[in-house]
Design a protein around this ligand. Structure first.
Ligand SMILES: Cc1ncc(COP(=O)(O)O)c(C=O)c1O
Length: 400
């Protein structure tokens, strides 16, 4: 079967919207386009009904109650609402927060912002595999700790954290537990019993960009947050702003599909991922896996190709879309804070690329991607261009 280029192996960055999600969203653009807060006419009622159905469906997917789901513009906003909102609503004397060095910037940056405002923040280190032990979290807790935030799965190395244990120990100590579950939701089992606050995003699960949600525990304990946005009092006053009805409908449909297909997909993707790694290692020496080999997402590989500059590899590797671990949050690309937190030498960090397989990845694509990677790594290592690429070059306009 012919493989179309580019081959997309960047599914941690975002995912293609599933056609079944597009179909579910379709009526809500120009047919049932009402504002879900318009209570005086049928278009408003239809929009509201669609939103409430989506809320129920997402709540069911998480094992939560519908009123515990707060729609946001994505997980960046959900993480900001969780951290800043919980910190600002903290009782007097509860001014300590705990998080982890490998968290997403949308968790680490609010932590820094709170620190600048006088909160005490502890950022815990991870081990060489990128994991954090629950005991390390316990040891960091103080009487003044308001909240602990630990991600369920990492977006660069796919490493899963023991969030159930960490959540349980936080509850014992009366400390709120937030988890950024963006990369884990729909991919590995997840239940809100583990958390008081939990962030998810639609575009990582084959849904649309621009919508996410924060689960906010309503009972035992009821979590109090200070809103970040004030206005019409939408989302029980926690997030004012007109709801993006088509996106919310798509989010719920995407979650339903992920959950229905999760177990089968996890096995398929782990098989493809192992095949990709095996093919690379058959042909190349010096291929090291970053992050825990077992406690990781089924579709993630983060590999260091010894002696290769990953940025150059991406330039060379036309036709395969993947990314380095670099965070380009400014004009100057910085080395990955995640790989650096694992204690990896700078040369290995520079030689590392992230690969994320997904729902639309095929075996043929994996094989072509492996061939291209082998060819490019060999070329960069030898400094000598190969005579022929193993597969046709991409058409103009393709990007890597
Ligand atoms: C772990 C993690 N948290 C948060 C985010 C931010 O999500 P969003 O793009 O919905 O703002 C991402 C997306 O890159 C992510 O991977």
């Amino acid at each position: 079967m012919a493989v179309e280029l580019p081959i997309y192996l960047d599914n941690h960055a975002t995912t293609r919207v599933d056609p079944r999600v597009v179909e579910a969203m379709a009526p809500y653009w120009s047919q049932d386009y009402g504002n879900a807060a318009s209570h005086g006419h049928v278009l408003g009622w239809r929009a509201e009904e669609a939103v409430e159905q989506a809320r129920e469906s997402l709540a069911a997917a998480l094992g939560a109650e519908p009123r515990e789901i707060v729609f946001t513009s994505g997980a960046t906003e959900a993480n900001n609402l969780a951290l800043l909102g919980a910190a600002e609503a903290a009782p007097a004397g509860r001014n300590h927060l705990v998080s982890v060095a490998t968290e997403h910037p949308s968790v680490l940056d609010p932590c820094r912002a709170l620190e600048a405002r006088g909160f005490d923040v502890t950022i815990l280190p991870v081990d060489a595999d990128g994991r954090i032990e629950p005991e390390a979290v316990t040891a960091s807790l103080r009487d003044s700790t308001r909240l602990v935030s630990v991600m369920a799965a990492n977006n660069e190395i796919g490493v899963l954290q023991p969030v159930a244990e960490i959540g349980a120990l936080c509850r014992e100590r009366g400390v709120l537990f937030h988890t950024d579950a963006v990369q884990a939701f729909g991919k590995v089992p997840l239940d809100v019993d583990e958390a008081d606050l939990l962030s998810i995003s639609a575009h990582k699960i084959y849904g649309p960009k621009g919508v996410g949600a924060l689960y906010v525990r309503a009972r035992r304990p009821r979590v109090r947050l200070e809103p970040r946005l004030y206005g019409g009092g939408h989302e029980r006053g926690l997030r004012s702003g007109t709801l993006p009805v088509p996106l919310i409908v798509g989010f719920a449909r995407a979650a339903e599909l992920c959950l229905a297909e999760r177990e089968h997909e996890a096995v398929r993707l782990a098989g493809l991922r192992d095949r990709l790694l095996a093919r690379l290692r058959e042909s190349l020496d010096g291929v090291a896996l970053n992050g825990d080999p077992r406690q990781r997402l089924p579709a993630n590989l983060n590999l260091a190709f010894e002696g290769v500059d990953a940025d150059q590899l991406l330039v060379e590797l036309r036709g395969v879309a993947l990314s380095t671990g670099s965070a380009c949050s400014s004009a100057t690309p910085a080395p990955s804070h995640v790989l650096t937190a694992l204690g990896l030498p700078a040369a290995r960090v520079r030689a590392s690329v992230r690969m994320g397989l997904g729902r639309f990845t095929t075996r043929e694509e994996v094989d072509v991607a492996a061939d291209r990677l082998v060819a490019c790594v060999e070329k960069l290592r030898s400094g000598v261009p190969r005579k022929a690429a193993p597969t046709p070059l991409p058409s103009a306009g393709s990007k890597s």
